[in-house]
Design a protein around this ligand. Structure first.
Ligand code: ADP
Ligand code: ADP
Ligand code: MG
Length: 630
């Protein structure tokens, strides 16, 4: 069946990326959008666009009826779901087929089977694919689960059967904490997926996440396109991905690629898929899950193989034979992708929302920038906070890391907090260079991230910057930087949450900071200033300064109350008026941007008043709990 027009049932960078391939294939495109996305990049790029509804997901990107109506109204032949949203929903695929539309995705049976972590594991065990030891049966009684966990042996990982996106997982360290963690996992699973069934797995303590890209056509052909290492994760979510996996022996690689092809054949799969494996310290690997869609990190595979995976998806959906045979697919060089998120790595990766005052992402040879946003767009609470993906290809891994650092050095995002400094610090670690990052290294704080640039050096850079700033009015009218031209300059800024005050004088090549002489080689092209934010790149690491006064204003907490850091829903209030609490104790659990946030007491105190209960919606900065005044 020929495909001449595709509706893209998604938004952001993935919608943009799909439109790019459609243009090359001379296929017309239809974008869909919610209210908040009326002027979004994907809407602007598509040939046509259909408004779906309000910002609520159920009214827009998850509304199957509206999407089908839009496809019909525009005469689209097929629908590409991207990733996330409806990409793995069997009922969406069925509804499209019933409406005479082609679903550019997996067969319905595969979506159902692989959408359940228990069914997937049972199927894979039957097909003789190694799986993580655990429990995946239907009996969900507490007694049975407790017994199964004891048998698996601690630590045990509880996972939601319907889980995805790293949500709803809990590690249990010993028998005693099992039931508590089970309740918490079930609650999170019910809340996120509407299904509280769980499976149990042996928790691998030094795990690497290695996955295989597979592709199958409707004529019985299955190939792999090599593997990706996605071990750099925070909260079970990928941050940096690369291909090929470094340090993997040829024998293990071959076994893994073969196991992935076998798994794909076992379920009569069609289309693009990813078989995720977890690898233990002794190189044994186990099937974890199959993602029956295009993966966020598919670009690194494209970079090393030269294959356009979206083009392959479209051809296969149209009934064509796989464009290449296994022997014709070759891997060359090394590719790394970093995900740029609007979030604060120093504050539990809390998503950061707001206006993107400036987005500058470096375009260079052998570099791909996938982004769904531009300067003046906003990051809102409604969608995933991923701003962009940067992907770099080079001859070998060391070159690739260097090139990625350079690309990061020349990129800047202003207006919201991002993980860019964190990414550059991650790439600079010995652990990353020696591929010794495991999926839990970040969560366990095992990495030596050198974010400790001497504030004195920061002061020197800041001084230098202010003197070279082409348009000082941008920053000069703000509080704190009122220093131009006068000696000594008094600099007040916030660095990693702490107020800093420094006196700086320039004396020839030297800087005298608080009476001490320093020399710092200057590269002012590696500094970015925007309003109250300064980003400094020093020895391939990036640091950020914020005006002290601004920081104080932005803070949503004071000592006498607990505030909602962003709009969301209250999941649980763990205290009541009159309770005594200790510093660090969780008072309220809320959900915002599909994440559970634990709001904790910052000091020993007692509870004066509680203003909300489980289920309540709260606005940003709402007072949730009042504490005994200091
Ligand atoms: P990848 O392995 O490609 O990173 P993820 O499983 O992390 O894929 O998910 C890809 C995208 O889809 C992310 O934006 C994630 O938030 C979203 N996503 C995946 N599964 C779900 C789910 N069950 N519910 C909500 N969002 C999901
Ligand atoms: P999701 O569907 O949310 O992507 P996965 O089963 O793919 O769930 O697991 C997500 C991540 O959780 C993995 O990439 C890995 O980091 C970690 N993980 C999963 N299973 C285990 C396990 N048995 N032991 C240790 N870590 C695990
Ligand atoms: Mg996964």
């Amino acid at each position: 069946m020929p495909i001449n027009k595709i509706l893209i049932a998604n938004r952001g960078e993935i919608a943009v990326r799909i439109i790019e391939t459609c243009r090359q294939m001379k296929i017309k495109t239809v974008a869909v959008f919610a209210d908040a996305d009326r002027h979004a990049k994907h809407v602007q790029m598509a040939d046509e666009a259909c408004h779906l509804g309000g910002t609520d997901l159920a009214e827009s990107y998850l509304n199957i009826d509206k999407i089908i109506a839009a496809a019909k109204a525009t005469g689209a032949d097929a629908v590409h779901p991207g990733y996330g949203f409806l990409s793995e929903r069997a009922n969406f695929a069925e509804a499209l087929q019933a409406a005479g539309l082609v679903f550019i995705g997996a067969p319905t049976e595969a979506l159902r089977l692989m959408g359940s972590k228990s069914a997937a594991k049972i199927t894979m065990l039957q097909a003789d694919v190694p799986c993580v030891p655990g429990y995946q049966e239907v009996d969900q009684s507490e007694a049975t689960l407790q017994q199964a966990a004891d048998q698996v042996g601690y630590p045990v990982l509880i996972k939601a059967v319907a889980g995805g996106g790293g949500k709803g997982m809990k590690i249990v360290h010993n028998k005693e904490e099992f039931l508590d963690q089970l309740h918490s996992a079930k609650r999170e699973a019910m809340n996120a997926f509407g299904d509280d069934q769980v499976i149990l797995e042996k928790y691998i303590t030094k795990p690497k996440h290695i996955e295989v890209q597979v592709f199958a056509d409707s004529h019985g052909n299955v190939v792999h396109l090599f593997e990706r290492d996605c071990s750099t994760q925070r909260r079970y979510q990928k941050v940096i991905e690369e291909a090929p996996a470094a340090g993997l022996s040829d024998a293990t690689r071959t076994d893994m690629l073969n196991a992935a092809v076998k798994a794909t054949q076992a379920i009569d799969y069609v289309g693009a898929g990813t078989i995720e494996f977890i690898m233990d310290g002794d190189d044994s690997f186990y099937f974890m899950e199959m993602n029956t869609r295009l993966q966020v990190e598919h670009r690194v595979t494209e970079m090393i193989t030269g294959v356009d995976l979206v083009a392959w998806q479209i051809k296969i959906a149209a009934g064509e034979v796989l464009p290449l045979k296994q022997t014709e697919i070759q891997a060359r060089g090394h590719a790394i992708q970093v995900r740029i998120y609007a979030e604060d790595p120093e504050n539990n990766y809390l998503p950061s929302t707001g206006l993107l005052e400036r987005v500058k992402l470096k375009q260079a040879p052998n570099t791909l920038v996938d982004s769904g946003v531009r300067t003046s767009d906003s990051v809102t609470i409604h969608y995933d906070p991923m701003i962009a993906k940067l992907v770099v290809w080079a001859q070998d891994r060391d070159q690739c890391i260097k090139q990625m650092q350079q690309v990061l050095n020349e990129s800047a995002v202003f207006g919201v907090k991002t993980n860019v400094p964190f990414l550059s610090q991650l790439l600079a670690t010995q652990a990353f260079k020696k591929h010794q990052i495991f999926t839990n290294s970040l969560d366990n704080n095992e990495l030596q991230l050198s974010n400790q640039l001497n504030p004195v050096v920061m002061a020197i850079y800041a001084h230098h910057l202010l003197q070279h700033q082409a348009n000082p009015s941008v920053w000069c009218n703000a509080n704190g930087w009122r220093i131009q031209g006068q000696q000594p300059l008094s600099l007040a800024f916030t660095y990693q949450g702490e107020a800093q005050q420094h006196e700086v004088i320039r004396e020839g090549e030297a800087y005298v900071v608080n009476g001490q002489h320093h020399y710092v080689p200057q590269r002012h092209d590696l500094c970015h200033v925007h309003r109250n934010q300064v980003q400094i790149i020093h020895q391939n690491l990036r640091y950020e300064l914020t005006l002290a006064d601004h920081e104080a204003q932005a803070s949503a907490s004071d000592a006498n109350a607990i505030y909602a850091p962003m709009p969301g829903k209250i999941i649980e209030v763990k205290v009541q008026a009159g309770d005594s609490v200790q510093a660090g104790q969780t008072l309220v659990v809320m959900e915002a941007m599909k994440m559970e946030l634990e709001l904790k007491a910052e000091r020993d105190t007692s509870i004066e008043q509680v203003h909300f209960k489980a289920g309540d919606q709260v606005k940003a900065e709402a007072v949730l709990v009042e504490l005994e005044p200091l």
